[in-house]
Design a protein around this ligand. Structure first.
Ligand SMILES: [Zn+2]
Length: 334
């Protein structure tokens, strides 16, 4: 098992990596010029050989969590390391690289991005500067990168996350984009990357690692909490189709975009799928019967979800968003 074989001192691993790969592995982390981190930061195993994740804290990005609010992960293959998501600051990206190099001297070959939201991608800058990894994302990410939203978000994070985000921070663009999906092969593993958006963002994508049976889901599969559907870009029909595709591949371990990894991936997939189906069914019926949203919401039995985290914060807005989506579909929109 790759991971154990190279569990040697960080310094030695860094030197070995630098010698073998011909670039400066020792420059990762704060020494590379990124603001140092003081939060605990570790690569946690997830119940599948060679697969690890970094488990972000809950809450909004701020000085208390140093921007570490999302998850990211990686798989060590016989040929190299495939990373999924890059966390929310260049410092966190550099810390990921350091942790990976404690475990293996193999090169980081790819970084696959779940969606281009700040908490998942600002770490890409470190991967671009310190590795030769190819960055892969869904085509619609380009829309976000060039949007006013993206520059406003960066300005906001400079305030909220100084010194980890500053005037040197930039949004790194992908090297390759895909439409429906793409398949990567590295060593003993296959990586099925599937476009699932627009769900909570246009470019939402999932990555299933076979034969490990590990699903990196980004933000669209949540474990035991009400998912967030209240985005103007939401398309629950697409979302359900994407879950259907991934469900057919029968994953075992789930690494979500936020929250703890789970060894019952199918439960989380089924939970999200059933929630989407339920809200669509109830709101769809109401639209067909010309029932106003407020009445439809009141008349719906929410008892199976009302005790879950995020119910209060998200459920009504979710239902409204789906109501509008069903109304649009009923009126002949897409
Ligand atoms: Zn997120």
């Amino acid at each position: 098992m790759q991971a154990k074989k190279f569990r040697i001192s960080m310094r030695f691993a860094g030197i070995a990596a630098a010698m073998l790969m011909g670039f400066d592995a020792l420059a990762a982390g704060p020494s590379a010029g990124y603001a140092p981190l003081s939060i605990p930061f570790a690569a946690e195993p997830v119940g599948a050989d060679n697969v690890y994740y970094f488990s972000g804290e809950s809450g909004v990005p701020g000085k208390q969590n140093e921007g570490f609010t999302a998850n990211a992960g990686f798989v060590i293959t016989e040929e190299g390391v495939v990373v999924f998501d890059a966390l929310g600051t260049p410092s966190l990206g550099a810390a990921m690289i350091d942790k990976i190099r404690e475990l293996t001297e193999l090169p980081i070959t790819h970084v696959v991005i779940s969606h281009y939201h700040a908490d998942h991608v600002y770490g890409l800058q470190a991967f671009r500067e310190l590795t030769k990894a190819k960055i892969i994302a869904q085509e619609a990410s380009r829309l976000y990168i060039n949007s006013p939203d993206a520059s406003q978000r960066l300005e906001q994070r400079k305030q909220a996350l100084s010194p980890w985000i500053d005037d040197n921070t930039r949004v790194v663009t992908p090297d390759f984009t895909f439409e429906e999906g793409t398949l990567l092969e590295s060593g003993q593993y296959r990586f099925h990357v599937v476009h699932a958006g627009p769900a909570h963002s246009p470019d939402d994508s999932l990555m299933l690692v076979e034969p490990a049976g590990v699903l990196f889901s980004g933000d669209i599969i949540q474990n035991e909490r009400v998912p967030f559907l209240a985005s103007s870009e939401v398309d629950t029909a697409n979302w359900m189709r994407a879950i259907g595709k991934v469900r057919d591949l029968n994953p075992r371990v789930l690494i979500p975009g936020h929250g703890k990894a789970s060894e019952s991936a199918m439960d989380a997939l089924n939970f999200t799928y059933d929630y989407l189906a339920y809200v669509r069914d109830r709101m769809g019926n109401a639209v067909e019967a010309w029932i106003e949203f407020e009445d439809a919401y009141e008349q719906t039995d929410w008892s199976r979800y009302e005790n879950l985290p995020a119910f209060e914060a998200s459920n009504k807005a979710n239902a409204y968003r789906v109501y509008l989506e069903m109304e649009k579909a009923a009126l002949g929109g897409s």
